[in-house]
Design a protein around this ligand. Sequence first.
Ligand code: ARG
Length: 474
Amino acid sequence: MSDAKSSSSPDPAAANAMWGGRFAAAPSDAMQAINASIDIDQRLWRQDIQASKAHAAMLAAQGILTTEDEEKIQAGLDQIAAEIADGRLAMRRELEDIHLNIEHRLTEIAGDAGRRLHTARSRNDQVATDFRLWTAAALDGAMEKIDRLQRALVAQAEAHADWAMPGFTHLQTAQPITLGHHLMAYVEMSERDRTRLLQAKATTLGDCPLGAAALAGTGFPIDRERTAAMLDFTQPAANSIDAVSARDFALEALSALAIALMHASRLAEEIVLWTSPHFRFARLADAWSTGSSIMPQKRNPDAAELIRAKAARVSANYAALLGIMKALPLAYAKDLQEDKALAFESFDAFALSFDALAGMIETITFDKRALRAAAGAGFSTATDLADWLVRELKTPFRDAHHVAGRAVKRAEELGLSELGDLPLSELQAIEPRITEAARALLGVEQSLESRASYGGTAPARVREQIARWKEQLG
Ligand code: ARG
């Protein structure tokens, strides 16, 4: 990166390389510092070259550029792509952004032909096009990350389809569930996340801004259908003002990322809880644990904690872009330049978080005994007793709830660990019609088997769900 100080530049036109004709003085250092986006948007170089190649091909096909000029431009852009890929092209901050850096280099290589590339376009439609192309590719990457997590979850769910664990509401023991069922809940969430990303991609590659020029379109006889098709868009944007000022595709992408990371953060939070020595439900692999510099016994779930924090940052990025957009008059304003840093950071945080989450889930191990003990603790089968009273004795549910509540109280007084341990005589002291068959239903395993409604926690149901998912993921 060249650090040429604009204030010491003898030639203002060199600092204002692309519009020196209009200006007598170079920009101040702070002006250049706030304005230049090259440090951020150089990540768009592939898309910028791709869109420029399509634009040049279209200009030539329309007779706006000569074939000779077009060939020089195509060869020059290919050369620049190779230079950037090899790290041989130093980006210059005085050239502001990736678009001007590439165009400037092109004029060095191709002379006047390079200077003709910007015919019938503006950086406004150019950046909107590049950013859409980048976002679409990034969304594909994000969907792949979700796929990996889903596979890891399904594999763990299959291995633990019938392992009992406590299901919580209010983080209080509610009813026994299976670990497989719990893990599969995240597969369902992730699938909705994937669908949102897919929808965001459809929006992103819907309208092609290229050819909208600064905002009003152009007097040149361009073919916007052609460039849209070359770049894999559905259609050219139908309104040139909307084309250059719309960023709702990016908002849609960021909101989809933020929601998916919110789900990831919930799973991360459960990893933190489950691996705590107070739960002892699970243990992270060494590769996913960190030690403490002072306390030798510690195995910290740092990656899970960082995923919680990344989720906060990405949702803040979404809020930031929404804030940037909401009071902008049409059409382009430089505020829009800040969109890319927010998107890049969000996609990076997403990728890192999902890699870590999938890695943790693939290698986490569960403690069957701790899970089973916790599943029955807290008298988690009290609802099963109430349900039996309703089913067999036709007791109204409210009354049944009361009877089961007294059974819980008695079990607590006797210091029992599970409701299933309460002797029949104790149950009959509360409700004489309770039978041994009812008492037998209060075991954790029986409770699990009984919840066989569609989507319920019964191992048979969970196995069906897993089988469906294995087929779907292929
Ligand atoms: N670097 C700019 C951006 O990211 C490119 C568009 C500049 N357009 C302009 N009218 N100054 O938004």
